[in-house]
Write a protein that binds this ligand. Structure first.
Ligand code: B1M
Length: 233
């Protein structure tokens, strides 16, 4: 198909549409991503399937070309904005469980780091799993976590970092919680592309979560354990 020819998204098969959405995300085309997301939903796709197969996979491709110096910050910002448009449509659908809240989580990206797509995804999925989520945004110094903890008394504190230069700041937060004698009052979960299990362990987190689905599973497991402990106390 030549570039001149207009692509009608609604005329594409599911497979073609998903590939086209990867291209549109790459090109930062917000409206097309919005349209594509709605078409897949109208065709009966589960919100989680749209999220992972059309949006997250598209962003993975963007990430590769960013790494390889093919895409630059301004272009990636456009992709990120397009991704967020799709996520905004999916968020209420993923959160629509109607179940009683299973726990409360404060989550934020650490100081020096402005990446928020992954963190927002975790927040969305946690909401979808019945957690109340207080999303404190990006670039959070330890004071912001402390403030949110005091105000909301969460069961879980989640931290995200996407840069090798900002991930050590998670230890600053955990050490401060220890100094204040409140570290064991909650479960600390960490995540972000450059992290791994050893890092999570080394900084004193309860668990490293590879992705949003793992974060939900891990949070649920910890909450179940907490309830069992309470019941047997
Ligand atoms: Co940035 N960036 N970026 N960037 N960026 C990365 C992270 C990078 C790996 C790209 C690369 O070189 N391949 C690289 C880091 C290299 C390193 O440190 N080793 C990088 C760099 C270098 C930079 C800048 C320094 C570039 C520059 O200015 N020269 C700069 C830093 C800005 C700063 O933070 N101070 C920068 C800027 C940006 C943009 C602003 C352009 C944009 C961010 C827009 C936004 O977030 N609003 C951006 C983007 C989009 C990326 C990539 C391409 C994509 C990140 C993303 O959204 N992924 C990224 C490349 C990559 O990661 N492959 C890259 C999709 C998202 C769904 O995945 O965030 O991994 P992810 O989240 C996953 C899991 O990690 C996990 O679950 C999520 C969902 O499954 N998870 C958690 C994440 N947080 C969690 C928290 C939890 C649990 C699980 O808590 C419990």
């Amino acid at each position: 198909m030549s570039d001149e020819e207009e692509i009608i998204l609604s005329e594409l098969s599911n497979e073609e549409l998903v590939l086209q959405m990867h291209d549109d995300l790459y090109d930062g085309l917000k409206e097309e991503i919005e349209e594509g997301t709605n078409i897949l939903l109208e065709r009966g796709w589960a919100p989680y399937k749209v999220l992972t197969e059309a949006l997250v996979e598209g962003m993975r491709i963007v990430g590769e070309d960013f790494r390889d110096g093919i895409l630059f910050v301004p272009e990636v910002l456009l992709s990120a904005n397009a991704m967020k448009t799709g996520m905004a449509i999916l968020r209420p659908l993923l959160a629509e469980t109607g179940a009683p809240k299973v726990g409360k989580m404060v989550i934020g990206t650490v100081k020096g780091d402005i990446h928020d797509i992954g963190k927002n995804l975790v927040a969305m999925m946690m909401e979808g799993a019945g957690f109340e989520v207080i999303n404190i945004g990006i670039n959070n110094p330890v004071e912001n976590y402390l403030e949110a903890i005091e105000e909301h008394e969460p069961d879980i504190v989640g931290m995200s970092a996407l840069l090798t230069t900002t991930m050590p700041y998670m230890k600053v937060v955990i050490d401060t919680l220890k100094e204040k004698g409140i570290r064991d009052d909650f479960i600390v979960l960490v995540g972000g592309a450059p992290l791994n299990e050893e890092f999570g362990e080394a900084i004193g987190a309860d668990a490293y979560c590879r992705d949003a689905a793992v974060a939900v599973e891990t949070a649920k497991e910890f909450m179940a354990r907490k309830h069992n402990q309470r019941a047997s106390a």
